[in-house]
Design a protein around this ligand. Structure first.
Ligand SMILES: [Mn+2]
Length: 258
């Protein structure tokens, strides 16, 4: 893996939140409401969104969609409120990689490359969505390489909005069916994750995507922190961020206790 761009944290940051895989969708008002409440109340100095904030994003013009636009605009307003209080960094995931400049602008977000190195209080942390690290899923990696090419995205974004929404529904259905027929899911590949962490001189890797929140040892000195997905309707509800206090290891925090 090539070396990642570096984001230098300002000296005054004391507390930073990380979240991913909220999978915001208009059919899940409960998760939206819980996320909105968290976003209005967090007292972190910065927020890092590490991919798949949205269940699907087929282009920034969904903000104008006659039936769905109001929901995506509500999401943008929540982001905007928070980004007026603190910097909000936004990395795309595999479901919302088509988020573009328009959403970043209206929501006041700073886009991040995947991966990015955060340097803060003398530490270096590698931030990623995580899908690129699941190297055992060869078919997915080939798909990913194809759809991240600018020729593919330009062709896709040139299609009518309703056609793109229908294509996205079909792709989600196919992926759900694959989940039921496949016994094992590709997880993040440990040697790949360790190599990326070492190549960027980081102590910790923080990622989402796999929905298996944990902290793993990559080796004696390096750790991999996995973010939880969000689901307000699960029992118990999953509404978790990873919170780091200056100079300390990040810890999971249930946002309904905040
Ligand atoms: Mn993902």
């Amino acid at each position: 893996m090539n070396t990642a761009p570096v984001l230098q944290a300002p000296a005054h940051w004391r507390c930073v939140d990380f979240l991913s895989d909220v999978h915001l969708h208009m059919d899940d008002a409960d998760t939206f409401a819980a996320w909105q409440r968290y976003m209005a109340h967090t007292e972190a100095d910065a927020l890092f969104i590490l991919g798949d904030l949205f269940e699907v994003w087929v282009g920034d013009d969904v903000l104008d969609h006659p039936e769905q636009g109001h929901f995506w605009q509500a999401c943008a307003r929540v982001l905007h409120h928070t980004s007026q209080r603190m910097p909000v960094y936004f990395m795309v995931g595999n479901r919302d990689f088509l988020v573009g400049e328009r959403l970043l602008d209206v929501a006041g977000l700073t886009g991040l490359s995947d991966p990015t190195v955060l340097t803060w209080a003398g530490q270096r942390w590698l931030l990623s969505h995580g899908d690129a690290l699941c190297t055992a899923d060869v078919a997915y990696q080939a798909f990913r390489a194809q759809v991240r090419q600018s020729t593919w995205t330009q062709t896709f974004l040139a299609k009518p909005l309703d056609e793109r929404l229908a294509l996205a529904r079909g792709m989600r259905q196919a992926s759900e069916e694959r989940k039921h027929t496949q016994d094992e899911w590709a997880d993040v590949d440990t040697p790949t994750a360790l190599a990326a962490t070492l190549a960027n001189h980081c102590q910790r890797l923080i990622h989402g995507h796999t929905h298996q929140p944990a902290v793993h040892q990559l080796d004696a000195l390096h750790h991999r922190h996995v973010l939880s997905d969000w689901d307000a309707r699960a029992t118990p509800p999953r509404l978790q961020v990873l919170r780091a206090e200056r100079g300390q290891a990040p810890q999971p925090v249930d946002t309904h206790n905040l």
